[in-house]
Design a protein. Structure first.
Length: 173
């Protein structure tokens, strides 16, 4: 038992931001490798590697963010890599390259997200979801009105000029 505790305590854990940065770096490396070599499968394989590594090494409290972020991060990284390696008509090159790459890596994206969700669920994603639901309900049944006081409905109705605002209030009965 003591050996297991010692091994777990020396394990590297990333913050949510650190895991996002690791995913960005791994996705960019795979996408650049796929554009410079004749192996488009590198982009998909690096997506799976980056997503799984991030969900394994992230702190349990940041699992929700790390399981949601990979497709968005991959898309942003893909656009950046295609823009950096574009030739000729840049807009057409980015659009065409993005569409072709997404079509080539779609099965990898699906497999990577499925594997990421399975690992995250085993590490405690369900608890993160319960905590989020609890936090959303803890503030009361009505959501907070974060608008400035002069933008709230009751403030704008009283400030509107018109016949109702100019007329004196009716006498009390």
């Amino acid at each position: 038992m003591a050996g297991q505790t010692q091994a777990r305590s020396s394990r590297i854990l990333l913050t949510g931001r650190g895991a996002v940065m690791v995913m960005l770096a791994v996705f960019a490396l795979g996408l650049f490798g796929a554009s410079w070599t004749p192996w488009p499968v590198l982009a998909g394989a690096f997506f799976v590697i980056g997503s799984v590594a991030a969900v394994i090494y992230v702190r349990p409290g940041d699992l929700l963010m790390v399981t949601i972020a990979p497709p968005l991060l991959f898309g942003i990284t893909l656009l950046g890599v295609k823009a950096a390696t574009a030739t000729g008509n840049v807009v057409l090159s980015i659009a065409e390259g993005t569409a072709i790459t997404m079509a080539e890596v779609a099965p990898w994206l699906f497999a990577g997200m499925a594997l990421t969700l399975v690992i995250a669920w085993a590490r405690g994603l369900g608890g993160c979801i319960r905590e989020l639901r609890h936090d959303l309900r803890a503030d009361g049944s009505r959501p907070a009105d974060h608008r400035p006081p002069d933008r709230r409905p009751e403030a704008t109705a009283a400030a509107r000029p018109g016949p109702a605002a100019a007329d004196p209030p009716p006498p009390a009965a």
